[in-house]
Design a protein around this ligand. Sequence first.
Ligand code: NAP
Ligand code: MG
Length: 499
Amino acid sequence: MDVSTTLARLGNAAASFLNGKHQLFIDGKFVDAKSGKTFDVFEPASGQMVAKVAAADAADVDLAVNAARRAFEEGPWSKMIPSQRAKLINKLADLVEDNAEELAQIESLDNGKPVTFARMIDIGGTVDMLRYMAGWCQRINGETITPSIPGDWHVYTLREPVGVVGQIVPWNFPLAMASWKIGPALAAGCTIVLKPAEQTPLSAIRLAQLIAEAEFPPGVINVLPGLGETAGAAIAAHPGVDKVAFTGSTEVGKLIVRAAAGNLKKVSLELGGKSPVVVFPDVDMQAAIPGAANAIFFNTGQVCTAGSRLYAHKKVFDQLVEGVVGVAKNIKVGVGLDPATQIGPLVSDEQLFRVTGYIAAGQKEGAKVAVGGKRIGEDGYFVQPTILTDTNPSMSVVREEIFGPVICAMPFDDNDLDRIAREANATSYGLAASIWTSNFGVAHKMAKRIKAGSVWINTHNMVDPAVPFGGYKQSGWGREMGHQAIELYTETKSVFASL
Ligand code: NAP
Ligand code: MG
């Protein structure tokens, strides 16, 4: 496969964006990196280079943090009346919506995902998130409190923006993850230094152009493509950054925490997962089969909440596995920009070797491949949707996050909910889980027993801007979305007035 096949499918707007310059966005201006360095961006479907992007490092981060500081302390943003901030965030949402088709194509080219999903989920989700968070601007309030101290008092709290925030996002939902970060930070009145992932910087650069078009004051949002080890590490360690928000691997999450210790900046983390899909014997198979398949194959399994451990009661185990095998065999794997494609390639060669490496390690440890298991072709980073059976919790494929379309299926022969929950919870992660049953008593009892930030009943991978999202255990710190997201980006100040 050649990259020209994909490029021929781009519309005029996306093609012209791709042919333009891809620079840093600092203090309202597009600039090259101070070092003059760039990095290459590859198309996952062909493995060929499609763009060169300016590579920010510590010097550029410094400029961006200073711009964000100026915009915060002296600029109009944090002092702007809330309705005006909401108007600007809504204007950005409108511009994303107006350019949705172009953004979906850019996202599909850069990440490899099906353009049909990019349109609906990535770009649609970004518009929804920005509009929801715009609504918070006029709803961020403190409270009045009656103290028990003798005398006459007026005691109240103020909720104030935390300040300059650094935001580091991954490549699996590039624009949507950026919107989860910038939406609440902007609503709270913070200013931002955002770093997209090196694999997928393009939609964030297009977003920066839309931020300029919306006429945000300079310095409010700075966008710095660059490498994690340089630009990312500089953001996490910078003494001028008041808070860092990160989505990505648990391993890098721990590095962020260490780097943040220097000035004790606030930290929120959305990390990995190894989410169980727990299927009870009374389940509606018509729903459970496509449900379990989607839980792991959606976005080529590159989803932090992917349902990667399938636990099914032995009465339904064989039928369920057979059903999911059937789905896997019929999924159309292909180039994201082909409208018929249902799942695209993995994002990078690194991810391809990681996923195929895990499958091989699982087989070596005794797992059986029920379907898939192999790379597809020799160009690009395609891998077959895969189901492993005969797996057990001592295997790396069951314990560790694979981040690919690989499910580990395990039967249980038990009716004791505590024991079933113990198995489902036997992981260092705690991001999500789904429970499949017709018995709502069982479903809600299990929901209480699961140690995870999101529990889904007869569904999987559901998120909404109004519903908090985040992890127990090593899946993270804090909750994004809903009113919890606003809490991440505000400080509470208590004021005592002696009357
Ligand atoms: P990653 O390294 O954790 O990347 C996430 C973000 O952190 C990227 O923007 C990355 O920049 C940046 N980063 C990397 N090292 C950094 C450092 N020392 N300081 C500050 N920022 C840093 O994830 P990955 O390497 O792309 O993927 C590895 C694994 O992470 C995946 O296989 C998957 O298991 C997991 N992952 C999880 C999620 C999730 O949503 N929870 C998302 C993506 C990946 P670069 O792009 O330059 O590395
Ligand atoms: Mg990395």
